[in-house]
Design a protein around this ligand. Structure first.
Ligand code: BYC
Length: 369
């Protein structure tokens, strides 16, 4: 991939940003008279110096839009990702396993909340993002469109899916956008526990009876290739990587992270006593890493188009959960409205408008009660 600086790439998008009059250009215009070129220079200098861009800083509209796209996709993945594993909570083989699995699935919900909150700092709302998810206008990770057929799948998800997620997400702790980077620190700590529990679960099965070992191997066979696809298309087909790396949203390309993940998994599979379902994996002395077999990118494209084994099931379950949760949101809004008038501190225009909204919903609640 050709090296591109943030400056070169943001120059390309400056015209769009200003013509659109979007949040990036208008936020800055309200605060200072400096021309847009000065804002862009300051933004590029901050990115080049590895400083964090914060919500109130000027940023190109395209940078904002890219972050919203990626953070929304990430948040959606966390909450849709609860489904495949939640499928096994009632069937966990012991109280210990059940408690661990429940904690893990709850953690994923928490990750979704941190990420929606971080995305909201960019001027969007959780409601808007969820509407887009439910309408199929925003994506979630391809990996969650595969079924969890046996208990061993819970282990394979922990080891491989959470393992791939950590490999991808640790560099995001250094993302140029402050709220995203900070959210990732805590998420990565929790993902680490998730990966360990999956590994430990698979180890117990692998060292168990012949049938348990076979179940663990079967799960690894089914989850290996989709886990490699989580990193996204190969670099030459990745439409966003070049720009996202120039902006230091992404720190490594999809292929770099995928290779790193394979290198991590090979010795772990050996220690587990399980095989990775790829006869072409071998050490490449020159590269100092492993070569591996060709990924079936047509399967990835099909899953992205909505034709994976569980796409319909996942999105309809998500819509149903959202509808059934409406009363909780209403109750929370009513509670917030009830306590809103007690606030007497000086208000910014933003908090005044939020408070006006809650007062309006309080009125609505009183009228309909
Ligand atoms: N699945 O230009 P590219 C978890 C799309 S959840 C679906 O390389 P980018 C967990 C991509 O959006 C963790 N779509 O994109 C939860 C783009 O489409 P559009 C999930 C994918 O953004 C519960 C097009 O393909 N992690 O850990 O530069 C239980 C071109 O791709 C995928 C994250 O979300 C995919 N796999 O790079 C257990 C990490 N890959 O928008 C575990 C944050 C690509 O042009 N996200 N696409 O239509 C990222 O790091 C990046 O967004 C990606 C893709 C590396 C995923």
């Amino acid at each position: 991939m050709a090296a591109v600086t943030a400056h070169q790439t943001t120059q390309k998008t400056l015209g769009t940003a200003n013509a659109a009059g979007g949040a990036g250009s208008t936020a800055a215009a309200g605060e200072t008279d400096a021309p847009a070129a000065d804002h862009l220079a300051a933004f590029d200098a901050a990115v080049a110096a590895d400083e964090r861009i914060e919500p109130r800083d000027w940023m190109p509209d395209a940078y904002r839009a890219t972050l919203i796209r990626q953070m929304a996709q990430h948040a959606h993945s966390e909450i849709i990702g609860m489904q495949p594993e939640a499928n096994w909570i009632t069937r966990a083989p012991s109280l210990r396993r059940k408690a661990i699995l429940m904690a893990k699935v709850q953690d994923e919900a928490g990750h979704g909340l941190y990420l929606y909150s971080a995305a909201e700092t960019l001027g969007t709302s959780r409601e808007e993002l969820l509407d887009k998810l439910h309408a199929g206008r925003q994506r979630y990770s391809s990996i969650f469109n595969y079924p969890t057929l046996t208990w061993a799948d819970v282990g394979a998800i922990g080891w491989l899916v959470d393992g791939a997620a950590i490999t991808n997400q640790v560099p995001l702790c250094r993302c140029s956008y402050g709220p995203y980077a900070r959210a990732m620190v805590r998420i990565c700590k929790e993902e680490s526990f998730h990966q360990r529990q999956g590994y430990e679960l698979l180890l117990a099965l692998s060292r168990g009876t012949e049938a348990q070992h076979a179940m663990a191997q079967d799960a690894v066979n089914r989850w290996w290739w989709p886990s490699l696809m989580m990193f996204g298309p190969p670099d030459d087909a990745s439409s966003h990587s070049e720009q996202s790396m120039a902006w230091k949203i992404k720190r490594h390309s999809n292929d770099e992270l995928r290779r790193r993940f394979v290198d991590i998994c090979v010795p772990q599979a050996e220690a587990l006593g399980l095989e990775l379902p790829d006869p072409d994996i071998r050490w490449n002395e020159e590269l100092g890493g492993h070569d591996f077999g060709a990924i079936d990118w047509s399967e990835f494209q099909e899953v992205l188009k909505g034709n994976g084994p569980c796409n319909d099931q996942r999105i309809s379950q998500r819509r149903r959960a959202h509808e059934e949760g409406a009363w909780v949101r209403d109750a929370a809004a009513a509670y917030a409205a009830k306590h809103a008038p007690a606030q007497t501190s000086p208000r910014t225009p933003a908090s005044a408008s939020a408070s006006a909204q809650t007062s309006a919903s309080a009125q609505h609640v009183e009228e309909t009660a």
